[in-house]
Ligand binder design. Structure first.
Ligand SMILES: Nc1ncnc2c1ncn2[C@@H]1O[C@H](COP(=O)(O)OP(=O)(O)OP(=O)(O)O)[C@@H](O)[C@H]1O
Length: 226
């Protein structure tokens, strides 16, 4: 497909005797929201980690903006993760001894942005996600929903081309889960950021433009969401 942003070709990866990925080929377009769904153990998180350049497949390939990603050095892949990708995980991925403001400013600081500028931008994001009141709090002093909104801000603050979200609402009740999804999806669409989302929850998957269904490490089907 022309115009694909991320693509895998016949991806295979085993952990010992477990074939986590057994030949997965998927494509993700710029700004597209794709949900990876399927039963527990079907390979969703493993596929997300391969797409993000965190795990290397045993065979097959991963392409990002037309360049092969999986055979690049660890250094180059981690640099790309800092510059082009954002991450939201289930819970507890914020740095526990940094405040909300410092957590959001952190990826900007890693990218070489000066502290004052980074913190001003982080403050804007706290307002944007409705959690300005937790700016000076550490993650342990926030609710689950507040923490995930801070995590969404941290993932989007650098203006990434892709956000990878692994069960981003898994630890939240459905009300807070939907609020976090509204914010993640709304801001991603505004910025033209693609989102690759792993979820068990059909209501969360329904936010995506398309669902990729995995079964036993293979992409069983791809469906356009209603
Ligand atoms: N680091 C690892 N070491 C050993 N086995 C692993 C590892 N990571 C994943 N697996 C195995 O690979 C298979 C796919 O795991 P994966 O986490 O990708 O599935 P999943 O669809 O995301 O599951 P879930 O919905 O339960 O999170 C599973 O059988 C799992 O036990």
């Amino acid at each position: 497909m022309t115009g694909s942003l991320l693509r895998t070709v016949d991806l295979r990866l085993a952990f010992g005797a477990t074939q986590a990925l057994a030949g997965v080929s998927v494509e993700i377009g710029p700004g597209e929201l794709v949900a990876l769904v399927g039963p527990s153990g079907s390979g969703k998180s493993t596929l997300l980690h391969c797409l993000a350049g965190i795990l290397r497949p045993d065979s097959g390939s991963v392409w990002y903006r037309g360049v092969r990603l999986d055979d690049q050095s660890d250094d180059r892949r981690s640099r790309l993760r800092r510059t082009d990708f954002g991450f939201v995980f289930q819970f507890g991925s914020l740095v526990s001894d940094l405040t909300a403001l410092e957590n959001i400013a952190f990826p900007l600081r890693l990218a070489g942005v000066r502290r004052r500028v980074a913190e001003a931008r982080a403050r804007e994001w706290l307002h944007r996600l409705g959690v300005a009141d937790v700016a000076g709090k550490q993650p342990g002093a926030m609710s689950g929903g507040q923490g995930q909104r801070v995590a969404v801000a941290r993932a989007l603050v650098t203006g990434p081309r892709v956000v990878f979200a692994d069960e981003p609402t898994g630890a939240l009740d459905s009300f807070n889960g939907e609020l976090v999804m509204d914010e993640l999806v709304g801001t991603a669409r505004e910025q033209g950021t693609a989102v690759v989302l792993v979820t068990h929850d059909p209501r969360i998957a329904a936010y995506a433009d398309r669902e990729v269904v995995l079964r036993d490490g293979a992409s069983a089907s791809t469906e356009v969401s209603a």
